[in-house]
Design a protein around this ligand. Structure first.
Ligand SMILES: CC(C)(COP(=O)(O)OP(=O)(O)OC[C@H]1O[C@@H](n2cnc3c(N)ncnc32)[C@H](O)[C@@H]1OP(=O)(O)O)[C@@H](O)C(=O)NCCC(=O)NCCS
Length: 407
């Protein structure tokens, strides 16, 4: 049996390293080896981390550098995907060791957060992650949309629309909580999905972009098709009207839904991934959509001061929160910190009264707004005086955290 401590953590670079690791991924995810290799190449071999035991790969994973939106700001976040341990190295802490080494590397690089979709929660809880948001599949029969908003100009998205699309997405993400700030790898997956190349359309009025949608028509056994939506935004209108929009987000949502409904002769359902609430659901006259929980995603605070100072806070609240944090895996996060919030921004300094005591996992659930401080206190994950709890409830409150992208 290979000794865990003797395993080396490294980044594979040569084919002599990547090819055997592809076999570990292939076995872990029931894939042909060539497909596993193509996955590593698409993600970028420089983003692969592995543990080597006696010259052979024992385990690997992929890091996906990107950002995640919290409180109107994009926070540096590294996603983790494809955690894979060779069958004969399982059940003795190999995956946990790989996660811990990866987290240490991320912390050394100052990354604020890490997020993942867990196939097993126990492993990631042990590494300091906690449930922090949801990903639902939303399904809506096109015939039930029953909207007729035709006041927008609609045209296919072309290469010249790249910046407009990214800007519209940014606006949507800034108003939400938990949406991904995509890197190029994830933007590619919006347009080239697992189900094929997406069609994209943008809506505008009097030349001002209002929104867009990307979808794939997925054929059903009866010859009809579902619209699988890989991305959308209806956020062209800004609150300050500085961009000259003479329309509201609500009108754009109805315009997008009308465009989808225009597929209803042969189209069956629109399917998209979302949090528990979103403007498309809100725009419907009746609750004909169905939500199915896909995952509760998990979040890890990797570099505490960076995480707390990079997110945004409600602009109407000013004050200090004094925390005392336990983190056995990344002890740099451990101890007392003071978060001072003013005008929507947070400044973090070491020390303080440590009046809110918690563990790094519970802090992640609080940070995203998935659980309130009051709820976490009732669950025994926070100990604090009443005023610290009330302040934490207010500082981290926001829209329900949801993620759409899968990685
Ligand atoms: C899941 C997987 C990565 C676990 O690897 P491993 O080396 O056996 O895990 P570890 O020994 O480090 O386990 C660490 C902790 O997680 C727990 N754990 C591991 N696999 C688990 C599972 N499938 N279900 C529940 N708990 C699990 C262990 O019990 C241990 O907790 P404990 O010490 O409190 O008992 C491995 O089974 C694998 O490669 N599976 C196929 C691919 C996969 O599912 N990857 C995860 C994608 S998110």
């Amino acid at each position: 049996m290979a000794n865990l401590d003797a395993m080396q953590f490294c980044v594979p670079s040569t084919d002599a390293e990547v090819n055997p690791l592809s076999e570990v991924f292939a076995a872990a995810y029931a894939l042909p080896v060539a497909e596993a290799r193509a996955w590593l190449d698409r993600a970028g071999v420089e983003n692969v981390r592995m543990l080597v035991a006696g010259g052979e790969p024992a385990a690997g994973l992929i890091v996906v550098p990107m950002g995640q939106w919290f409180g109107g700001r994009s926070v540096p976040m590294t996603g983790i995907q494809g955690v894979a341990v060779a069958p004969h190295h399982r059940g003795r802490g190999t995956a946990l060791r790989l996660m811990v080494e990866t987290l240490r590397e991320l912390q050394q690089n100052g990354v604020a957060l890490s997020t993942l979709y867990p196939a097993t929660q126990r492993l990631y809880r042990r590494a300091g992650y906690e449930q922090a948001g949801s990903r639902f599949e939303a399904r809506l029969a096109l015939k039930d949309i029953q909207l007729n908003e035709r006041s927008f100009d609609i045209r296919p998205i072309g290469p010249a629309d790249e910046e407009t699309v990214r800007d519209l997405y940014r606006r949507r993400a800034a108003r939400s909580c938990g949406l991904i700030d995509r890197n190029d790898y994830l933007w590619r997956r919006v347009r080239e999905t697992r189900d094929g190349k997406a069609l994209g359309f943008r809506l505008s009025r009097n030349g001002t972009p209002g929104g867009y949608v990307y979808y794939v028509e997925k054929t059903l056994p009866n010859g009809h098709y579902d619209l699988l939506i890989s991305d959308w935004s209806a956020d062209g209108a800004m609150d300050d009207a500085a961009n000259g929009a003479d329309f509201s987000c609500a009108e754009v949502v109805r315009g997008l839904l009308t465009l989808l409904a225009d597929h209803r002769s042969i189209g069956s359902d629109a399917v998209w991934y979302t949090g528990p609430t979103d403007p498309m659901q809100f725009a419907m006259a009746e609750q004909h959509y169905r939500l199915k929980l896909h995952f509760h995603w998990m979040l890890r605070i990797v570099t505490l001061p960076a995480a707390l100072s990079a997110r945004g806070y409600p602009s109407g609240i000013a004050g200090e929160l004094h925390v005392d944090v336990r983190d056995e895996i990344l002890p740099e996060n451990q101890g007392r910190w003071t978060l001072a919030v003013r005008e929507g921004r947070g400044v973090v300094s070491p020390g303080g009264g440590g009046r809110l005591r918690t563990d790094i996992g519970a802090l992640a659930a609080l940070y995203s707004g998935f659980m309130s401080a009051s709820q976490l206190a009732a669950l025994g994950r926070i100990e604090a005086d009443a005023s610290s709890i009330a302040r934490a409830d207010a500082l981290f409150a926001g829209p329900a955290p949801g993620m759409a992208d899968m990685f």
